[in-house]
Write a protein that binds this ligand. Structure first.
Ligand code: DOR
Ligand code: ZN
Length: 414
């Protein structure tokens, strides 16, 4: 048999460990993994140059802004940045215009993206205070997960109240799809914001103080309780705090079906960096402290934090540079730098390369029901691959971004 493509001379990261050799690909699937000599012949061949071949990176959390917000990003620019950064699958968030609230809107979005994305993608649907009766049809139309925004953020989608959330989880549980939450309590945020504004605060760090860890912890605790009662699969998006890690760890120990993700910015930057770096660091939930970074790493190591995703959330330069922090848009663009930033954590000794493959591919694939097709280098899986050169040093430069807006809080990071 002649395969379409073979990639030789690699260190191949498989679930069983690293193999010296390569793999063969046919019809988009991996058909063989072997030493170079053991591979079938192929129409085309790529020499991996002794580099590491990783399972294609999955970014489980991006906002590519289609439809309706394409002045910030679109699927072509977003997916090009993803591909250039080694990301082969993205899961796209529903706070677009219109928001992904009905099966029709989801289908329209899917047909808008078909043939245009450079990477594979899944679409997440939103549950608001007005679409509880649409929950089953969204699963039927192909949503990969549901999302609830508990706190205010881009798009200001109306949150369901607690009664509606309990009803919603009851409808979501039988679909088998996960329900991810943006976990921040809006009342705690509103009170803290009002106090800081009265004090005349307009500096970047005021944003972090306005959204304390308690707001995240309260939402996570409440959602864990609701998930336990309903049997729905709960996922905590972009978890930022030590308190969050502790609650998810306890929830898992209690047998609750809960997973969590964190983001590179919560592992690398703190609220103290906000004054220096300015409003590119305004993100919801906000950057926190060194104890939170330590707790998130511990959570990654013991499996409490299942995976890492970017929460790639672009805005225009104008929206991101307003001198008053309250007027700035929240979110940072990181999809292109996701893997390099995580590889730097490997170089620093925070993460092994096997752990990196787990938190950027295997675990998100498992959570979103993609494992077997994606998330591991295995015969029969999609040939989603990322070849990395661990000896190469590079520096994050906004000017290199493929995104519509070239702005990153990681400018100058090696
Ligand atoms: O900072 C954020 N920006 N956090 C979110 O949860 C939403 C996102 C956006 O869509 O801009
Ligand atoms: Zn997000």
């Amino acid at each position: 048999m002649e395969a379409a493509l073979r990639i030789t001379n690699c260190r191949v990261m498989t679930p069983q460990g690293v193999i010296r050799g390569g793999l063969a690909i046919d019809k988009g699937k991996i058909v063989a993994i072997a030493t170079d000599a053991g591979l079938p012949s192929a129409h085309e061949s790529i020499d991996g140059g002794g580099r590491h071949l990783l399972p294609g990176v999955i970014d489980g959390h991006v906002h590519f802004r289609e439809p309706g917000l394409t002045h910030k990003e679109d699927f072509e620019t977003g997916s090009r940045a993803a591909a250039r950064g080694g990301v082969t699958t993205v899961l796209d968030m529903p706070n677009t215009l219109p928001p992904v609230e009905t099966a029709d809107i989801l289908r329209d979005k899917a047909s808008l993206l078909a043939q245009r994305s450079l990477v594979d993608y899944g679409l997440i649907a939103v549950v608001t205070d007005r679409n509880l009766d649409r929950i089953p049809e969204l699963a039927g139309a192909g949503a990969i997960a549901y999302k609830i925004f508990l706190g205010p953020t881009t798009g200001d989608l109306p949150s369901p109240d607690d009664g509606q959330i309990v009803e919603a989880l009851g409808k979501i549980a039988p679909t088998g799809l996960p329900i991810g939450v943006h976990a921040e309590n809006p009342q705690i945020i509103a009170a803290a914001t009002a106090r800081l504004k009265l004090l005349g605060r307009t500096d970047p760090k005021a944003h972090a103080e306005a959204r304390p860890a308690l707001a995240e912890a309260e939402s996570i605790q409440r959602m864990i309780l609701f998930a336990q009662a309903s049997g729905a699969r709960l996922h905590i998006f972009h978890m930022s705090s030590k308190e969050g890690v502790e609650l998810v760890r306890r929830g898992k120990a209690d047998g609750v079906n809960v997973t969590a993700e964190t983001c590179p910015h919560y592992l690398i930057l703190t609220a103290e960096d906000m004054a220096r770096l300015g409003p590119t660091t305004k993100i919801n939930p906000p950057l926190r402290g060194p104890e939170d970074i330590e707790a998130l790493w511990a959570g990654i190591h013991d499996g409490t934090v299942d995976f890492v995703a970017t929460d790639h959330a672009p805005h225009t330069a104008e929206e991101k540079t307003h001198p008053l922090i309250w007027e700035n848009a929240s979110g940072a663009s990181s999809v292109q730098f996701f893997l390099p930033l995580m590889l730097e954590q490997v170089a620093r000794g925070c993460l092994t390369l096997a752990d990196l493959a787990r938190v950027t591919a295997e675990a998100p694939a498992r959570m979103y029901g993609l494992y077997g097709r994606k998330g591991a280098i295995a015969v029969g899986s999609d040939a989603d691959l990322t070849l990395v050169d661990l000896d190469r040093r590079d520096t994050v430069r906004a000017a290199d971004m493929e995104n519509k807006v070239r702005l990153t809080p990681f400018e100058g990071t090696e």
